[in-house]
Ligand binder design. Structure first.
Ligand code: ATP
Ligand code: MG
Length: 293
């Protein structure tokens, strides 16, 4: 806990320990990141979050991108008066004034707006600038099972805040020519963050997106990525599916827009994989805490 006095850090650790002993659990915070643009980060963050919530996991989706695509895709029309991540990150407004219920049961959202573009700059001179989001999320981590962070297509201070706050990073990679371009830079950044700001940062998984089984290129890229990254690649694969591209303009996650689509199938499977991994990790069963299953 860098930046926190040692005694406070010990007390916090002891509190967390007793919280766990009492059967409580803290949300797993997953940052969806890849500095390459248009690879399916937002589509993944929104639909994974929605599928986790419909699997009875209390989930929070945080839009960390000034493009605010996740905010729109989950159903919030543009509204300049809406409070966003900017207000809590920069203006220190309480989280409870920022968070919104979404149209999906058990899914809350922290929206973004274009002011966040300024936040990346305004944070530069802030004290503990890399820990701002972590501090905010730590306070509400016990309310959720999963917190999904949609990152911008840059390795900027907002992405850095997300990677410092996260337990794990999920990297969507588009199944196309030069798929690995930029990935080594991202992996270098992850290693550096592990050495310095967040030693516990794990790789949740690498997700193949926009896969088209009819093309040799897509199949070849998928094979290459699996031989390169091995078991770090999710079994679930997201197909190229026009329904996934249409859903955001209706402000709906895919499971509400077209539950029978290939896209809905892919993200439902991904959510099951993420839940199963969490259950394996904690040994308790993320699902059982809420459903009694
Ligand atoms: P940015 O880097 O700009 O934030 P991103 O990585 O968040 O982009 P998305 O916005 O999720 O990427 O996807 C880019 C475009 O591709 C969007 O128009 C989206 O609707 C579309 N898209 C994403 N995934 C799929 C898919 N599996 N099939 C078809 N279209 C998709
Ligand atoms: Mg995006």
């Amino acid at each position: 806990m860098a930046g926190v006095p040692r005694e406070t850090s010990c007390i916090l650790s002891a509190l967390l320990l007793s919280f766990h002993e009492l059967g409580g659990s803290l949300a797993r915070i997953i940052a969806v990141a890849n500095q390459k643009g248009g690879v399916g980060k937002t589509t993944t963050a929104v639909n994974l979050a929605a599928c986790l919530a419909t699997s009875e996991q209390e989930t929070l989706l945080v839009d960390c991108d000034s493009q605010a695509n996740a905010t729109a895709a989950i159903g919030f029309a543009k509204d300049p008066s809406r409070r966003t991540l900017y207000h809590t990150l920069i203006l220190n407004e309480p989280f409870d004034r920022i968070v919104q219920k979404s149209q999906v049961d058990r899914l809350d959202v922290v929206p973004a707006d274009k002011n966040l573009a300024g936040a990346a700059v305004e944070l530069v001179s802030a004290e503990n600038r890399e820990y701002k989001l972590k501090t905010i999320l730590n306070e509400i981590q016990a309310r959720y099972k999963f917190i999904v962070l949609d990152c911008p297509p840059a390795l900027d201070l907002l992405t850095l805040n997300a990677l410092v706050a996260a337990n794990a990073v999920l990297v969507p990679i588009q199944c196309e020519y030069l798929a690995l371009e930029g990935v080594s830079e991202l992996l270098d950044t992850l290693m550096r963050i592990r050495r310095t700001l967040n030693p516990g940062l794990e790789i949740e998984g690498i997700l193949l997106t926009m896969f088209d089984e009819r093309t040799t290129l897509s199949r070849q890229v998928a094979t290459d990525l699996r031989s390169f990254f091995g078991t770090q690649v999710f079994q679930s694969v997201i197909s190229r599916n026009v329904r996934l591209a249409e859903a955001p303009s209706f402000g709906k996650p895919i499971i509400l827009y077209d539950i029978h689509s290939k896209g809905a199938e892919g993200y439902t499977q991904l959510a099951q994989e993420v839940i199963a991994n969490a259950e394996k990790r904690t040994g308790t069963g993320a699902r059982s805490a809420h459903s009694g299953a």
